[in-house]
Design a protein around this ligand. Structure first.
Ligand SMILES: *Cc1c(COP(=O)(O)O)cnc(C)c1O
Length: 406
């Protein structure tokens, strides 16, 4: 048996092989498959990889999929299936896991919101599906009510349907704002401590006025219970990201909720064209991969996981605070990215370093490390680290802090 390196060496010594391959039997009979797998595109294209001590940021490609998910993606890539069939079968399983009547895999939480609202607007009317996002003169509703504090960037997912956001602050505001054009009451979980109206009040308002309610819980698992809590509470639609803590494909998310609305939402989804959702395609591999990631996430020992994240944070904290003038604090945000988070700060007369400079030095070091820059220090999470990387982060952090010590 010759090994992979030997094959590559021989290949490079055979300039004619490319030509031979074109005319000969299938590649496998000439070359063993591992030669293909050995191609390192990251190296070839010069893409920077890094230790992710920052978190589940889209810009940093979210999270890493686990082997079971990748196996599912690879295996399912070898067969054709009907896209609708995959969505229906997977949707039933996801719905059962999340206490929802129905579910579908979308192109992220953002697309779940657009498609969920599309379903609300069109119902099963094919003509209306094709009219979106042009609502005028169609008879479709055109307003979404949201609390002012919730109306941050992600509400663009809703205005993509042609709807306008109507901002409210109090319960009385909502009563006043509701009219025959109101399509949806939208709630953003990550800002729920900023608005005056609670989850339950929001659901009750929807039921009272017979208007569907939707909640965005994109970055709000863990706790795992959030996957069913808001379905149980009575929200008609629940939207979550698949590629954050659940470690599904980064381009996947879940739309869960009422059977009739999900069925209507699917009219705006691929494979159907002439829809606002045609560009939000999720392939079978990702749909199935997302299901496996969700299943694993629901079944996993979350307490053990939390303890591991805490231990890692403690190791980094203890190493950093051994530097004179450095202070550390560990906390877990209640809303959004609920995970042990470490904040490192320093007395600027003892450590001559700006947060930005430290961030840059960690980024430009070897290995490269990403952390979050803050006004008075840096912050980190440990849930996206691979086992053992906390030691590297701790060492590098101490190195840079020590170097800047006076
Ligand atoms: C990440 C995020 C989204 C977008 O989710 P994707 O899965 O990336 O589409 C929407 N809302 C909030 C609050 C988020 O944090």
């Amino acid at each position: 048996m010759i090994n992979r390196r030997e094959i590559i060496k021989r290949l490079s010594a055979m300039p004619l092989l490319g030509g031979l391959l074109d005319t000969s039997a299938p590649v496998q009979s000439v070359l063993p498959a591992p030669v293909m797998a050995s191609r390192n595109l990251v190296k070839e294209l010069g893409i920077r990889t890094f230790i992710n001590a920052a978190g589940t940021y889209t810009a940093m490609t979210g999270s890493l999929m686990e082997d079971d998910v990748m196996d599912t993606i690879l295996t399912s890539s070898k067969e054709f299936m009907m896209l609708d069939d995959v969505q229906t079968k997977v949707g039933e399983k996801i719905a059962a896991l999340t206490h929802a009547e129905s579910a579908v895999v979308t192109a992220g939480c953002f697309s779940a919101m657009t498609l969920g609202l599309a379903g609300v607007l069109t119902g099963m009317d094919q003509k209306k599906v094709e009219q979106l996002p042009h609502l005028a003169g169609t008879g479709m509703k055109s307003e979404v009510i949201a609390q002012k504090a919730h109306n941050i960037g992600y509400s663009h997912a809703l205005t993509n349907t042609g709807c306008t956001i109507i901002q409210v602050e109090t319960l009385a505001d909502v009563e006043k704002a509701i009219n025959e054009k109101t399509a949806l009451l939208w709630f953003l979980n990550i800002q729920s401590d900023k608005g005056q109206i609670t989850h339950q009040q929001w659901v009750d308002l929807g039921k009272k006025h017979n208007i569907p309610t939707m909640i965005d819980i994109a970055a709000d698992v863990p706790p795992v219970e959030n996957l069913w809590k808001f379905n149980d509470m009575g929200f008609d639609l629940v939207c979550v990201s698949g590629g954050k803590a659940m470690r599904g494909p980064q381009s996947a998310g879940l739309l869960m909720g009422k059977k009739d609305i999900i069925a209507a939402a699917r009219l705006s989804m691929p494979p159907r064209g002439s829809t606002i959702g045609r560009g939000m395609k999720v392939n079978k591999e990702e749909i199935l991969g997302m299901y496996v990631a969700l299943e694993k996430f629901v079944a996993m020992d979350h307490q053990k996981e939390w303890k591991m994240w805490e231990d890692r944070a403690a190791h980094i904290a203890n190493t950093a605070k051994s530097v004179n003038g450095v202070t550390v604090e560990t906390f877990a945000p209640e809303l959004g990215n609920h995970t042990p988070t470490l904040r490192v700060a320093w007395a600027t007369d003892k450590v001559k370093l700006t947060p930005k400079a430290l961030q840059e030095q960690l980024r430009n070091g070897n290995p490269s490390i990403e952390v979050v820059g803050e006004p008075n220090g840096i912050s980190m999470t440990t849930w996206m680290l691979k086992p053992g990387q906390e030691k590297i982060v701790a060492t590098r952090l101490k190195e840079e802090l020590t170097k800047a010590s006076v």
